[in-house]
Design a protein around this ligand. Sequence first.
Ligand code: NAD
Length: 385
Amino acid sequence: MKIGVLGSGSMGSGIAQVAASAGHEVVIFDNHASAMDRARQNMETLFSRLVEKGTYSSGESKDILGRIRWADRMHGLHGIGLLIEAIVEDLSAKRVEFEQLEDVVGPDCIMATNTSSLSIAGIAAACKKPERVIGIHFFNPAPLMKLVEIIPAIQTAPEVVKRAEDLIKSWGKQTVLAKDTPGFIVNRIARPFYGEALRIYEEGLADPATIDWAMKEIGKFRMGPFELMDYIGHDVNFAVTETVFQAFFYDPRYRPSFSQKRLVEAGYLGRKTGRGFYDHTPGAQAPIPVQDKKLGKDIVHRIICMLINEAADAFYLKIASREDIDLAMTTGVNYPKGLLKWADEIGIARCVETLDRLYEEYHEDRYRCSPQLRKMTREVSKFYE
Ligand SMILES: NC(=O)c1ccc[n+]([C@@H]2O[C@H](COP(=O)([O-])OP(=O)(O)OC[C@H]3O[C@@H](n4cnc5c(N)ncnc54)[C@H](O)[C@@H]3O)[C@@H](O)[C@H]2O)c1
């Protein structure tokens, strides 16, 4: 089957690479010719490095690159069996493209969007055949990240879901099925990893270096929240938080932080500008964490309980299955353990006690415990029996 990719930015190029590596003919189109030239050059450079590293032989590399065609008009996408759109994160731009593309791609083509935060139903509604529209959400960088969230809209036909799942699995990816709700699985459940760390910092309980130390040393996360935000870029991370907050009708659980907003306003975007929570200029001294075990354990426990609360609530609201929620967080953002499994290990009653203690202290809705955890405490049950 021929695959079409709309948009040749970091995601579109990565997805084209994945599909071509899996043996598909790929056509890619971007409405900015200069962006497409850049993407094409970047991909050629990348593949010559992969050949040098021994990932591919020069023959394999030539075959993969030879399967990718860079179209100069949208009509180049004619005859494809699956379209994956990865243009700017803007609902009206995506709707315009879907409406136009429907006449180009032919009647049986599945039309997928890689959106991180927009409503799939809203994009599907722009089409005459909304039942063929679905969310196929890759993570960055697409060739390396194993997870792909599959998000049917309320209009999507069950047969389209099955075809999309089978195809993406055949590319060696791990799929999870998510409901069409803000942030899907990963970008919803991960919010407290940043949000609660920022809150702990704002309250003056610990500085970023100490919180990062605790989450890595004690929590066994690969990166601490502040390091990760500096790496992602505060503009990008803040925009996701803000979008999720608005999309949840301003639920205080997702409220963004002023400290991060000020960094964005100051242009302290993290690594890419040389300064974020940390100083990234060459030769800068890294701040020394307060390596206090008791403080570190308290920080980790508070952040984990908030993450567990999100995961339990997503399960309660049937956003995804228990297994898919745990898989999404371990393969999409490399958490050391699935959060629902982690809840069982800590003890559901203990998680509820922590959340209630926080609620008692602050009287903020942000700390409200999910009914799922309360019910399980009453029933003395676990996520995995
Ligand atoms: N970057 C990430 O970490 C990430 C992860 C998962 C999903 N996403 C989603 O993937 C999509 C693309 O993100 P990105 O980071 O690759 O963006 P990007 O800005 O790197 O690339 C977007 C590309 O689309 C092109 N484009 C814009 N409008 C177009 C149109 N109407 N027709 C054709 N091409 C058009 C641009 O020229 C640009 O080359 C967004 O919806 C984003 O939310 C991004």
